[in-house]
Ligand binder design. Structure first.
Ligand code: PLP
Length: 466
């Protein structure tokens, strides 16, 4: 499989290079040159497979040529074997034809584990084969950092440095990062805010001379193709569990960077019958505004009860724009260069096409809380605030009550006790058993000043062969 850039000017790459590269040199994102397509008969034949067997069938066409079948199967068994539920992505029923797919049974209780647990293993495999080493550098305001750290824990060819704003992430989130033991894991608390952390990462990628040419930086952010690829699988899994592919499904997806829902769009293009895809956003609603009015315009960032969806622009949306423009990289480049300067629109017929592909809704904090409370009262089932947005959008946008509507449950409620309290519920969501001692575990992190040189010196002095 070859991968091409959404901006049309970077050379096509194979899977291994795409895995290590992140952003394409022309500023675009990599997408597969063509998608595999599965017939209904093939998909039907996957009924009853384990999650990791299904994952193999869905993903192998994307890695074929780079990773031998046997090694890929082993990687998938290890990745999904550590999830705390045998079904890996179990479904919970809320009502007739209304479901939540629990994607938070992985090691850090967020759906990002599905991709990052695999990504760490893929990276280590490719780096070992090439006898290379990388330093992963990232900034986190909470969730992604812990999933990335967990994912890299066993990597021999990767050191990971995650920057978080000192005293500005929740205690659960901090502990999930700082209690993971490993010589290759480095947590840095920066005396600054999340934007300061992000700026330092960006600056370091721009000039890597502080590493002395002995290793190189790699990114595991949500634009990495391998992350999208891993998220396609659970759409197939949910469908097969509920009578697919012989009936169509609807999905509602709590969305920030458009990675998770883009994976659903790909699942449909690969042959899975999906009759509706709902983009569910919080008040950071650039996607909902685009879908309702064909205007793509950045607003100021709002802090909400669903922080993992607090974004100003949705980076993976570029991958959809590429398809909407008939895969014309030059058109995408022009559009996004203009979008950096002010509001943009796309041709009306293209926008109408986008509206056929997706429905959308934006949900504010108050309605998020109402939904958490409502579902608890109806089902004694506790939603985290991100999943609650998905459920609310699903109920608002639903077209056909005979079609199963599946909301992607993106995080465990115990990670967001403040939202549960704001919903007026006096219950305290409990961490699952395998995390119950989180508050007793030993923490390791280094506090550094808000100074990029200090951070770079720390990295240069602390990676494996420094
Ligand atoms: C990352 C995240 C999202 C948003 O996912 P995208 O792929 O960025 O759209 C939603 N909910 C939770 C809990 C997350 O961690």
């Amino acid at each position: 499989m070859r991968y091409i850039s959404t901006r049309g000017e970077a050379p096509a790459l194979g899977f291994e290079d795409v895995l290590l590269t992140g952003l394409a040199p022309d500023g675009g994102l990599y997408v597969p040159e063509s998608l595999p397509h599965f017939s209904l008969e093939e998909i039907r034949g996957w009924r009853g497979l384990s999650y990791s067997e299904l994952a193999f069938n869905v993903m192998y066409p994307f890695v074929e040529g780079a990773i031998p079948e046997h090694d890929f199967r082993k990687m998938l068994d290890e990745t999904y074997g550590v999830f705390a539920h045998k079904a890996v992505a179990p479904l919970v029923q809320l009502d007739t034809n209304e479901w939540v797919m629990e994607l938070f049974r992985g090691p850090t209780l967020a759906f990002k584990d599905f991709a990052l647990q695999l990504l760490g293993r893929l990276l280590d495999y490719v780096l070992a084969a090439r006898d290379q080493h990388v330093v992963i550098m990232g900034a986190t305001s909470g969730d992604t950092g812990s999933a990335a750290i967990e994912g890299c824990r066993r990597c021999e060819h990767v050191d990971i440095f995650i920057l978080h704003p000192y005293e500005r992430v929740s205690e659960v989130q901090r502990r999930q990062m700082t209690t993971v033991q490993g010589d290759n894991i480095h947590n840095i608390a920066v005396r600054g805010n999340f934007d300061d952390c992000q700026r330092m990462v960006k600056e370091s990628f721009g000039n890597q001379s502080f590493l002395g040419g002995k290793t190189q930086l790699a990114a595991v952010n949500s634009i990495n193709w391998a992350r999208i690829m891993a998220q396609i699988v659970y759409y197939f899994q949910a469908s097969l569990a509920l009578g697919g592919p012989d009936r169509s499904m609807a999905f509602s997806v709590p969305t920030g960077n458009f990675g998770d829902i883009f994976a659903g769009y790909l699942a449909r293009k690969m042959g899975l019958p999906v009759s509706q895809l709902v983009i569910a956003t919080n008040r950071n609603d650039i996607l909902h505004r685009f879908m309702s009015g064909n205007k793509y315009e950045q607003h100021k960032l709002e802090h909400t009860l669903s922080p993992s969806m607090d974004i100003m622009v949705s980076s993976n949306f570029e991958r959809l724009l590429f398809d909407l423009h008939g895969r014309d990289g030059a058109a995408v480049r022009e559009l996004l260069e203009n979008a950096a300067k002010g509001p943009v629109s796309i041709a009306d017929y293209r926008w109408k096409h986008a509206r056929k592909l997706f429905d959308s809704d934006a949900v504010d904090d108050r309605t998020t809380c109402d939904t958490i409370r409502e579902v608890y009262e109806q089902n004694e089932y506790l939603l985290d605030p991100h999943t609650a947005i998905g459920v609310r959008a699903a109920r608002n946008c639903r077209r056909d009550p005979a079609v199963p509507m599946i909301t992607l449950g993106t995080a465990h409620p115990a990670k967001f006790p403040d939202a549960i309290a704001a919903a007026g519920l006096s219950i305290k969501p409990q961490l699952p058993a395998h995390m119950a001692d989180l508050f007793e575990r030993e923490e390791r992190y280094t506090v550094l000043d808000n100074d990029v040189t200090a951070v770079q010196e720390f990295i240069a002095g602390h990676w494996k062969n420094a």
